[in-house]
Design a protein around this ligand. Structure first.
Ligand SMILES: NC(=O)c1ccc[n+]([C@@H]2O[C@H](COP(=O)([O-])OP(=O)(O)OC[C@H]3O[C@@H](n4cnc5c(N)ncnc54)[C@H](O)[C@@H]3O)[C@@H](O)[C@H]2O)c1
Ligand SMILES: CC(C)C[C@H](N)C(=O)O
Length: 365
């Protein structure tokens, strides 16, 4: 990867490579765009095939957060961190505290939270070194684990997508194929089960699968069988790029709606599913519940206010579906336009110089 060429192409602001020999910290903080406010995005801990793969993931995820935060109406820019390591084996106190010190060094340009492989306990360790972290323990007045809220947002967004495909937003009797039943998808399955949906699940973690089978009567299938199962909705809730050349021909679902980030391997896959008549709920719109929830901490956390905003994801997805239908454009394009227009408008309106400029962090004590 020619890093500066890539940064220039997608207009990234900053990439910070963090190393701490004693604790084993190897992290990449990517800040994509801070037009709307400080970059807020989670920290992923994962075993990457190569350093290049880790940098690429951080960059793609950071750009996704710019669009997610903009489309969700938040006054926040986009950033993300990846920590290279095995979340089961490589975590230690010093690692997260060293990472917290790097975040503190950015002086509010980047705020972190949970993502795949990190937990509230990890955020609490980061919090020992910096205030620029959300999703810490509720005992600190924080919102805690964002996953159940993300799941609720995916649930209401899925209903709006179902309305576009089936003419009703009821999920009762619908068959939903859930890929990955981790933190978000477990709670999503709970909502779907309660509404009377039939669940088909898969996961590389056998215990996670068994929990869904036991708790929700889900049917378990093999890792690669999930794409081709007879179902109404495919819910990608593991990692990204699962809508691709290999999987699209297998899909029987009429709707794609799940929590994973970067579901389309490439944009052309979004065009392809649109032409096939598959209704796609854009990933960064439907999965914004968690960031909406943690962002509320910056105003002094109020669960009721945050949940009301998360419920609004139904209307946002509904609006995207309408634009897509009226203009016959893929839903991902309708969502991108919505996000880009907000950033462009705010860039214009915030360009006036203010000696005492106000921003979202001004309210923090
Ligand atoms: N946690 C949040 O609040 C949040 C918010 C927005 C988006 N997301 C995104 O949603 C997705 C899930 O997040 P999470 O927090 O639930 O993570 P998680 O790690 O708890 O769950 C992911 C699950 O996917 C499984 N998995 C990994 N690779 C798989 C594969 N190839 N096939 C099947 N299963 C596989 C894992 O074993 C795990 O159980 C991620 O893409 C994340 O970025 C999460
Ligand atoms: C800020 C976090 C809740 C971010 C979350 N992992 C996401 O991808 O939206």
């Amino acid at each position: 990867m020619e890093i500066f060429k890539y940064l220039e192409k997608y207009d990234y602001e900053q990439v910070v490579i963090c190393q701490d020999k004693e604790s084993g910290l190897k992290a990449i903080i990517a800040i994509h765009d801070t037009t709307l406010g400080p970059a807020l995005g989670g920290t992923r801990m994962w075993t990457y095939e190569s350093e290049e793969a880790a940098i690429e993931d951080a960059l793609r995820l950071a750009k996704g957060m710019t669009y997610k935060n903009a489309a969700a109406g938040l006054n926040l820019g986009g950033g993300k961190t990846v920590i290279i390591g095995d979340p089961k084996k490589d975590k230690n106190e010093a690692l997260f505290r060293a990472f917290g010190r790097y975040i503190q060094g950015l002086n509010g340009r980047y705020i972190t939270a949970e993502d795949v492989g990190t937990t509230v306990a990890d955020m609490d360790l980061i919090h020992e070194e910096t205030d620029y972290v959300t999703g810490i323990s509720p005992a600190f007045g924080s919102s805690g684990n964002p996953s159940p809220v993300t799941a609720y947002g995916v649930y209401v967004g899925m209903k709006a997508a179902a309305k576009a495909a089936f003419g009703t937003d009821s999920l009762e009797g619908k068959t939903i194929a859930v890929q990955g039943v981790g933190n978000v998808a477990y709670h999503l399955c709970k909502h779907l089960h309660e509404e009377g949906a039939k669940l088909i699940v898969t996961d590389i973690n056998k215990e996670a699968v068994q929990r869904a089978v036991d708790d929700f009567g889900a049917e378990a299938v093999g890792i690669n069988d999930i794409y081709g199962v007879e179902c109404d909705i495919y819910a990608p809730c593991a990692l990204g790029a699962t809508v691709n050349d290999d999987t699209i021909p297998q899909l029987k679902a009429k709707v794609i709606a799940g929590s994973a980030n970067n579901q389309l391997k490439e944009e052309r896959h979004g065009d392809q599913i649109h032409e096939m008549g598959i209704v796609y709920a854009p990933d960064y719109v439907i999965n914004a519940g968690g960031v909406i929830n943690v962002a509320d901490e910056l105003y002094g956390y109020n669960a009721e206010r945050a949940m009301k905003k998360v419920e609004g994801l139904y209307d946002t997805i509904d609006r995207i579906m309408q634009i897509s239908k009226e203009e016959n454009i893929p839903t991902y394009k309708a969502a991108d336009r919505m996000a880009e227009e907000r950033i462009a408008t705010m860039k214009q309106s915030r360009s006036t110089f203010l000696q005492n400029g106000h921003h979202i962090l001004s309210r923090r004590k």
